[in-house]
Design a protein around this ligand. Structure first.
Ligand SMILES: [Fe+2]
Length: 565
């Protein structure tokens, strides 16, 4: 038997993934255990949970593979700090201290904390891990692979050729020229938190016009060979790590938006922010299309794979699917650094002689919930428990207009809830969206909610979309005009939706099907089960904590319904 644990940690969103004899058996983010959103700390709880699911002990592990090279990452931070000296003087001790406090010794620490012999703990390269997660989980025998993020060791963008069991690096773009850092810096300028607010910028972009093209030409130059370079005077990811931009950016685009200020998109100031977001999104899409054209030129491949944090941009993915010139396209849906743990595990497994894993079909790779636990907790809390006889019972409640907190089976890996830890509601009327936004999720009013639709019925409601991406909610589709009245709560201002397709023979699909039989529309609004600033629910206890703190109408855990008295 061969068992390989992949680990990503120390910068943001730590995770562990386990491959046993060529099968991806478990993958979890540390945040689901620590309850700290995007927790970067060593994912020991996640690692132990992966092992326990597979009934393995740490001593059974053939190898543990860390997702990047901790020595080269440190070298990059140090040399860049010295290059910007003395501007970076204030930042230097902090950067150094944070690097040295454990990050350099991460391989030793993994060995001692997990109890795995040190010679079984290895590392790969950051972008190699991203690339492996995308290509080896795709169905393709041969594909071009793009990895695009903020920065790994020093690479920010890379092009690979994947063939069978091998990945060959073809081209790289190095720090500080980075699409991820460009998007993050502008996310901060828009007043959102970096590494968290990027989705908000994408949602906001739909409200704007791309009228800052001239200004953005100073921020980024797109070359005809697909490469790009940033106008470095405007960015400052070393001396100003909080926001990543310099005062020159505010001179160019106007003062940054204050974080937390209520939004008013009828005001001049907020419309300007929406226009900047829209220009940014447009420029990002054009940069990605340039990279894809280059990828086609260099590889002649029919298929394209994508991973790295930029791959989470569902709007850009839809455009790549339409315009990149590739016949087929796969995005590894946990495209950020958590998902690099998948790639690290697979690279280690292939080195052990394992078969290449099967194409990714589901993300329910976490721990399961049990309705027995739910009954016990509900009883202790004095809540009312009713058994459910099947999907029709759940559909009946949704059809009545209830908003349900829903936990079923194993929790998902990655940033999206796909029906295992979700808040579910009907996709209409618009008031559902307002209630979810204000009461339950307490988030910005412009952020859209996503629809989950039965795969076979999707063409009735949505314009053609990238079918390979839709099961994982990493693309968008136009909502057909005639369907919009029945899909008011999930149609974004630009007429699109971040569509998720669901097979009818899955537990979630059975509920959507039953809703369709009642309402005529086999679509359910699906948003992640978490409060503002919290990670998505993992355990039954987390589900109860959410339910007690928020005003969902009921909680469903597998086959039991729980209500407040
Ligand atoms: Fe990354």
């Amino acid at each position: 038997m061969s068992a390989t644990l992949g680990i990503s940690a120390n910068y943001h969103d730590a995770a562990a993934a386990l491959v046993v004899d060529g099968t991806l058996v478990a993958a979890m983010q540390e945040e689901r255990f620590s309850r700290i959103k995007n927790d970067p700390s060593l994912p020991l709880s996640a690692a132990r949970a992966c092992l326990s699911l597979a009934r393995l002990d740490a001593k059974d592990l053939t190898r543990v593979v860390f997702y990047e090279n901790p020595y080269r990452k440190l070298e990059r931070v140090l040399t860049m700090s010295l290059r910007t000296f003395p501007r970076s003087l204030s930042q230097f001790p902090r950067a150094l201290a944070s690097q040295l406090s454990g990050k350099l010794q991460v391989l030793d620490e993994l060995s001692s904390r997990l109890g795995v012999p040190r010679d079984r703990v290895l590392h790969r390269e950051h972008h190699e891990s991203h690339a492996a997660s995308a290509f080896f989980l795709s169905p393709f025998e041969r594909a071009a692979v793009l990895t695009v993020d903020a920065v790994g060791e020093e690479t920010t963008t890379a092009l690979w050729l994947g063939e069978g069991r091998t990945l060959t690096a073809l081209e790289r773009i190095a720090f500080p020229h980075s699409l991820g850092l460009l998007y993050s810096a502008l996310t901060a300028w828009c007043g959102f938190e970096v590494n968290e607010g990027e989705y908000k910028v994408m949602g906001l972009a739909a409200f704007g016009q791309p009228r800052f093209r001239d200004e953005f030409r100073k921020l980024i130059t797109l070359a005809s060979d697909g490469s790009f370079s940033l106008g470095l005077d405007f960015f400052d990811s070393h001396t100003n790590t909080e926001v990543g931009f310099s005062p020159k950016l505010e001179a160019l685009l106007g003062p940054r938006r204050l974080p937390g200020k209520p939004w008013d998109l009828t005001s001049e100031a907020d419309r300007r922010v929406a226009d900047v977001a829209c220009t940014l999104q447009t420029v990002l899409e054009e940069a990605l299309l340039g990279l894809a054209r280059r990828a086609k030129e260099r590889t002649g491949a029919d298929a394209l794979c994508l991973a790295g944090g930029v791959g989470l941009n569902a709007v850009a993915n839809a455009r790549l699917a339409r315009e990149s010139g590739f016949r087929d396209f796969f995005v590894q849906p946990a495209a950020g650094d958590a998902g690099a743990a998948l790639g690290a595990a697979i690279l280690g497994a292939l080195d052990s002689g394992d078969a290449r894993p099967a194409p990714l079909e589901r993300l329910s790779l976490g721990l399961p919930v049990s309705s027995d636990d739910a009954r016990t907790i509900a009883k202790n809390l004095g809540l009312v428990v009713t058994p459910l006889s099947g999907p029709d019972d759940v559909a009946e409640l949704l059809a009545k207009g209830e908003i349900l907190a829903f936990a079923e089976g194993r929790f998902e890996f990655g940033p999206r809830a796909l029906g295992n830890r979700s808040l579910l509601a009907l996709p209409t009327p618009i008031a559902v969206k307002e209630r979810l936004n204000r009461v339950i999720k307490r988030r910005e009013p412009f952020r859209p909610f996503a629809p989950a639709v039965l795969e076979a019925e999707a063409p009735k409601f949505f314009e053609p979309f990238a079918e390979r991406l839709a099961p994982f909610m990493v693309t968008v589709a136009g909502v057909k005009p005639e369907a919009r009245p029945s899909l008011e709560a999930i149609t974004h201002v630009d007429g699109t939706a971040r569509v998720q397709t669901v097979k009818a023979d899955s537990p979630f699909g059975a509920i959507i099907d039953a809703v369709g039989r009642r309402t005529g529309t086999p679509v359910v609004l699906n948003t992640s089960l978490n409060g503002k600033g919290d990670p998505i629910v993992g355990s039954v206890a987390d589900a109860f904590a959410f339910f007690l703190g928020h005003s969902a109408d009921a909680l469903v855990v597998d086959d039991v319904l729980i209500r407040k008295p």
